[in-house]
Design a protein around this ligand. Sequence first.
Ligand SMILES: Nc1nc2c(ncn2[C@@H]2O[C@H](COP(=O)(O)OP(=O)(O)O[C@H]3O[C@H](CO)[C@@H](O)[C@H](O)[C@@H]3O)[C@@H](O)[C@H]2O)c(=O)[nH]1
Length: 244
Amino acid sequence: MVVPTYDEALNLAWIVERLRRAQPDFDVLVVDDDSPDGTGRIADELAAADPHVSVLHRTAKGGLGAAYLHGFAHALDAGYDVIGEMDADGSHQPEQLDRLYAALADADLVIGSRWVPGGSVVNWPRRRELLSRGGNLYVRLLLGVRVRDATAGFRLFRRTTLEKIDLATVRSTGYVFQTDLVARTLNAGLTVREVPIEFVERVRGDSKMSGAVATESLKRITEWGLRERSRRVRAALGSGRGRR
Ligand SMILES: Nc1nc2c(ncn2[C@@H]2O[C@H](COP(=O)(O)OP(=O)(O)O[C@H]3O[C@H](CO)[C@@H](O)[C@H](O)[C@@H]3O)[C@@H](O)[C@H]2O)c(=O)[nH]1
């Protein structure tokens, strides 16, 4: 599992311990962006005590997407067949990974979803719930992506999925990375399955969601949607001309 961290000193040891207990066969790769609160040092201590834990130290805060790209490159190089994503703050419960893993039997990407029947959020401020539901609706309308929770960050990918979606061309640095990867997976003709999860708002530390992160998401999704629409219009005009 790739676990990106920025200022998660209050959460990291707790979540890694839960993850290792819930899935003793899984390895954990913490990708830390030189967190000022010393998360990187805690990650080093966890790695020193457990051969299933390793750490990638990045030199500065580069965004969630950039951290995942770095982590995925390492996991692919290391030869893993299944590569996962999970937040470090306890929002994603390692105890629910069994169900995600089982669903990967007939899928190329499994998403732990808050917005399918059976999914839920606990203690999320109303504002965040609206932002997530509204963002996902926007993604469905503009990109035609038939997924209820395209912004979720609790996932399992088959290695082959990451190999097919051309990660070298991904430019999404922030949270829009999540939507980008879902759209790429579907565009590659691969299967995405959503498994209901209970998402629990963090109790320690702060979310790194910011105005800049939200703006990047809005801008990119709008650009992709408009580009796709004009591509469809051009294709329709082209085939119309061909028929005349
Ligand atoms: N390395 C690194 N990690 C980061 C960065 N920004 C955030 N993170 C880490 O990414 C995880 C998610 O960040 P949060 O700030 O806790 O996200 P949230 O608002 O609670 O969660 C929402 O957005 C996430 C991003 O896609 C989703 O994963 C999550 O499901 C939820 O919808 C945490 O482990 C956090 O430390 C960064 O720039 N660099």
